[in-house]
Write a protein that binds this ligand. Structure first.
Ligand code: ZN
Length: 499
């Protein structure tokens, strides 16, 4: 069938342009010389625009229209049908925004990000307020253009978590919050806190790098199909088939930042490396959603990387690289890497408090989009919410409402993906434990391959063929169920804090 062939050829063309853009962007975020930034932004903008224009072209519209005819759809393979399904989904969203509006939005985003950086450095919300107002106005306008059934916030969520709604999220948040707050109270009031003094010190970068490489090797990260580099903010990017780039950052006084950062990004990378090669350039050679992608990074970072089983295997390697740990028992080290406490900054939050930071942002975003609150009142509302969720008051806006980059770049509706990632990670890991009876013993022996293969078979290879909830059902036999996360943290922190 010619239409299918031409459609796939067009997707391949777009995929290759996106691949070029990814590499340009990776370079911009890692090693580009200072003076190259301005020209690079223009080149990147140009290449991205080429791909974008092809995607929303009339040609693509025509192909999708033809391929979506019932009798044609029925004749397609499962993979091709999935491609048509998700490309139609994306096409309709992108077409909903008039090109002039989108171009103005892109320009305003970069101004807003720049203003945010300054505002954060000076801890001045006033500097950021007019820009944030614009971003919120765009979000409200885009939600109307995308369309929704119940809540305009649903239209924004759809861009990150297809199928997820505000109603679903609220049903997850309320009981989860109650469970977490009561566990956190028990931990802080009755628990025995771990000694973390030995995590402070002077840890040379080359030794940290050695550990990061050993961890990646243990995870069976394919070094012939990816590499580890350095950047200010760690990230993962899939440049193309056979090429997944991850980064970490080294801080001499903080050993765990680079290591857990590497394991986290390594989890993202294993997902990208495990996608079925048949899906290359089909638009499906990516993760099912932001939340599912994050579930893979979190699973490796937390369920594996912060488990006693993992440290029984990996601790001797750490001691070999850093002999000062020879005197510290592995159990104490394991307890230290699981310290839990209420804190102001999301990116530094532990497993127990992290979701509370997300709930706060979800509450505020949803209220902003629905005009129940206004931008000018945000600092005060943020601080009140911090008091409600974490019983803390930020000393200034840099440690409060200005801490995250997302809103400045128009990413309203993204935060819930982080929480969903944590919840999916616990659910998938519980399933893996059930299906691989001796999983923990295997991890303790340093066999992480069994788990990687299980994840590849159940999740990674499908790329974006299924929606997040379809995938969850396929993997674990049920839709997203926060019970698994609650059980996981309850058991872990009862152990760590000797409750
Ligand atoms: Zn991540």
């Amino acid at each position: 069938m010619d239409t299918l062939k031409e459609y796939k050829a067009l997707l391949a063309e777009i995929g290759k342009l996106d691949s070029a853009a990814s590499l340009l962007e990776w370079d911009e975020r890692t090693y580009i010389p200072q003076k190259g930034h301005d020209a690079r932004s223009e080149v990147l903008g140009k290449v991205s625009k080429l791909g974008f224009e092809l995607f929303i072209s009339d040609r693509m519209g025509k192909y999708l229209e033809d391929l979506n005819r019932e009798e044609v759809l029925a004749s397609l393979s499962e993979k091709d049908r999935a491609s048509v399904r998700w490309m139609t989904h994306d096409y309709n969203r992108l077409k909903a925004i008039p090109p002039d509006l989108f171009e103005q939005y892109t320009i305003d985003c970069s101004k807003s990000e720049f203003a945010w950086e300054q505002a954060k450095a000076e801890s001045s919300f006033e500097l950021f307020q007019p820009h944030l107002q614009k971003m919120v106005d765009y979000a409200r306008q885009f939600a109307e253009l995308y369309g929704y059934d119940e809540n305009p916030y649903d239209a924004l969520l759809e861009g990150y978590e297809p199928g997820m709604t505000t109603r679903d999220l609220k049903a997850i948040v309320e009981p989860l919050r109650e469970a977490l707050v009561s566990l956190l109270d028990r931990v802080t009031e009755q628990g025995t806190p771990p000694d973390t003094s030995f995590l402070e010190g002077d840890f040379p970068v080359d030794k940290q790098r050695e550990l990061c490489m050993r961890a990646l090797e243990a995870m069976h990260f394919d070094s012939d199909a990816g590499r580890l580099d350095v950047s200010v903010h760690p990230f993962t990017t899939r440049v193309g088939p056979g090429d997944v780039r991850i980064t970490t950052r080294y801080m001499e006084n903080r050993l765990l930042s680079s290591l857990f950062g590497t394991i986290h990004e390594g989890g993202h990378a294993l997902y990208d490396q495990g996608i079925d090669p048949d899906l290359t350039w089909t638009g499906l050679d990516t993760g099912a959603s932001m939340g599912i992608h994050e579930s893979q990074s979190r699973l490796w970072e937390n369920q594996v990387g912060r488990s006693l089983a993992f440290w029984r295997f990996f601790y001797p390697q750490l001691q070999e690289v850093l002999p000062e740990f020879e005197e510290i028992p592995v159990e104490e080290f394991y307890r230290a890497v699981n310290e839990a406490q209420r804190s102001l900054i999301r990116v530094e939050a532990d497993e127990l408090t992290y979701n509370l930071h997300i709930m706060l942002r979800f509450e505020l975003e949803e209220a902003l989009v629905n005009r129940r609150i206004e931008v000018k009142d945000l600092p005060e509302i943020w601080n009140d919410a911090m008091e409600r969720y974490l019983r803390l008051t930020p000393p200034d806006d840099a440690h409060g409402v200005l801490q995250d980059v997302h809103w400045s770049g128009g990413m309203i509706g993204y935060f819930p993906s982080y929480m969903l990632g944590n919840l999916y990670a616990a659910q998938f890991f519980a399933t893996a434990k059930r299906e691989i009876g001796d999983l923990e013993e295997r991890i303790e022996r340093g066999d992480l391959l069994t788990l990687r293969e299980w994840l590849r078979e159940k999740i990674h290879k499908y790329g974006r063929m299924y929606s997040p909830s379809e995938l969850a059902e396929k993997v674990s036999g049920e839709k997203l169920n926060p019970r698994h996360f609650v059980e996981y943290v309850t058991s872990k922190f009862s152990d760590v804090y000797r409750l």
